[in-house]
Write a protein that binds this ligand. Structure first.
Ligand code: HEM
Length: 471
């Protein structure tokens, strides 16, 4: 029987409140629990759990108790109203080797201090300058493209967003490091997948398996890149307006500076969290645009009407509602962060269901963003739904690509502006056609990458002249 939590007051859950029923989840393996199901098809499995078993589905991964929470009000309880009763999940904590005690992984007072320290780098006043860098780096990439070339757009987007993060947040050029960062990140994700879903989870974390050795190599490569960035910044003097300068100049209450390890952890976190997700959002947007020529035509109409062929600036974001809706809709269907989790630190109640201390609660953007209770034709790509006031009607946590509550993504405005400006810059100059035999499939590990990239053929567009009609 499906277990419905309290229905939201807003838009159409339709279900009347039901008394909590005895909750049954899907049948699991005697020892591994639901790990094999997750391993086989994480997106399909979690979606089936929510649609067939309700808003609160008990699960087990080996000895780890878990539950999938799929009601906006219950997600709000976990992330906002009862956040004190939860902490970061064990899988994130296990990733200390890479992220250390940076902003994503840290908790308590350390997290609060770091968040306060970094917030100014994401203030609105900084955005205009960041916007100029974003557009100029997109133009630099376009200068290397040629009509008729076959390229992997996802790789280009990864390169571009890394370039942007390097220059805006670290005041440095990461061109020489891009390949190393790319390879290391893929190796790290593969190892994460192996430890999350594979039997290697039963081995000690530093067991000398081939996967662990590849991961250690990748982590060392990333360490080198990050310590290199910090070194360069120190040698050129901390000054400048970027995030790294803020960190280098920051002082604890007793006057001491951040340790090298702390600087490394923060910079690594920002480097990784700050580029891959935005690249993924763009890759899926391009993929969807290629399949929906009418959406592409409407995008071009808006760009011509608003920009008349000129490069966009930060202030244009507000004047490009359809371009923004494209990104919003792409992140609905393919949320770059497709699941987030929290572990209960004490016994509590979520959506009327008892949660015992230690249980991990999963909240999936993939599942929620395709929930037919909140979206008409949930599987359809319809950017215009966002122009019709949907955002105001939706319960707060029916759409949460950037998470929510105190740990809301610190880079959400940065990412939205970047996605809109890069889309506007690139779409004015090039159209793409999908390479026919290339399949674009989601790879749900930490993020939702297109597994084999997005291979396209480039078609350059003729320059737009406002008084001439172009096709
Ligand atoms: C489309 C792009 C992005 C998406 C979809 C995204 C998604 C998310 C989500 C869902 C969280 C919350 C995770 C949780 O609650 O467990 C998060 C946190 C975070 N994001 Fe993003 N992010 C994006 C871009 C960025 C950018 C551009 C930056 C930095 C420049 C960034 C830095 C961070 C950091 C540091 C955190 C941790 C914040 C904290 O715990 O206080 N993200 N992001």
């Amino acid at each position: 029987m499906a277990t419905a939590l309290r229905p939201s007051s807003a838009r159409g859950s339709g279900a009347a409140p039901k008394a909590p029923a005895r909750i049954r989840g899907p049948r699991g393996h005697l020892i591994a629990g639901h790990l094999p199901h997750l391993r086989r098809d994480s997106l399909g499995f979690l979606t089936a759990c929510a649609r067939e078993h309700g808003d609160f589905v008990p699960l087990r991964f080996l000895v780890q108790r878990a539950a999938l929470v799929s009601h906006p009000d219950a997600i709000e309880e976990v992330l906002v109203t009862r956040q004190q009763q939860f902490t970061r999940s064990p899988s994130l904590r296990r990733n200390r080797r890479l992220l250390g005690d940076g902003l994503v992984t840290s908790v308590g007072e350390l997290w609060r201090q770091q968040r306060r320290l970094m917030q100014p780098a994401f203030h609105r006043q900084r955005m205009a300058a960041y916007g100029d860098v974003m557009v100029s780096r997109a133009e630099a990439l376009l200068a290397t493209w040629e009509d008729g070339q076959v390229r992997d757009l996802h790789q280009d987007m990864m390169y571009l967003t890394l370039d942007v993060v390097g220059r805006t947040l670290f005041g440095t050029d990461l061109a020489d490091d891009a390949a190393r960062v790319g390879e290391a990140l893929t190796a790290a994700l593969a190892r994460f997948e192996e430890r999350l879903f594979g039997l290697s989870v039963l081995l000690p974390e530093n067991a000398p398996t081939p996967g662990n050795r590849r991961f250690e190599h990748a982590a060392r490569q990333l360490d080198e890149v990050v310590y290199g960035i910090i070194d360069r910044r120190r040698r050129h003097g901390a000054g400048g307006e970027n995030l790294l300068s803020l960190l280098l100049e920051a002082q604890h209450d007793d006057g001491s500076r951040l340790s090298d390890k702390q600087l490394r952890d923060e910079a690594m976190t920002l480097l990784l969290a700050g580029h891959e997700t935005t690249a993924i959002a763009l890759s899926w947007t391009w993929h969807l645009l290629m399949q929906h020529p009418q959406a592409e035509a409407r995008l071009l109409d808006e760009l011509r009407a608003v920009l008349s062929g000129r490069a966009p600036v930060a202030a244009d974001q507000a004047r490009l509602p359809y371009t923004s809706a494209l990104v919003t809709e792409a992140m609905r269907l393919y949320p770059p962060a497709w699941v987030i989790s929290r572990q209960a630190v004490e016994d509590c109640e979520i959506g009327g269901q008892r949660v015992t201390a230690g249980t991990v609660l999963l909240m999936s953007q993939w599942v929620m963003h395709r929930d037919p209770r909140f979206y008409d034709a949930p599987e359809a790509f319809r950017p215009e739904r966002w122009l019709e006031g949907l955002a105001a009607e939706l319960p707060r946590f029916a759409y949460f690509p950037f998470g929510g509550g105190a740990r809301l993504c610190i880079g959400n405005s940065f990412a939205m502006m970047e996605a809109v400006l890069l889309l506007a810059t690139i779409a004015q100059r090039y159209a793409f056609t999908a390479v026919p035999e290339h399949r674009v499939v989601p790879w749900p590990v930490v993020t939702l990458r297109p597994r084999h990239g997005v291979k396209v053929t480039l078609r350059s567009r003729p320059p737009y002249h406002p008084h001439k009609r172009t096709c």
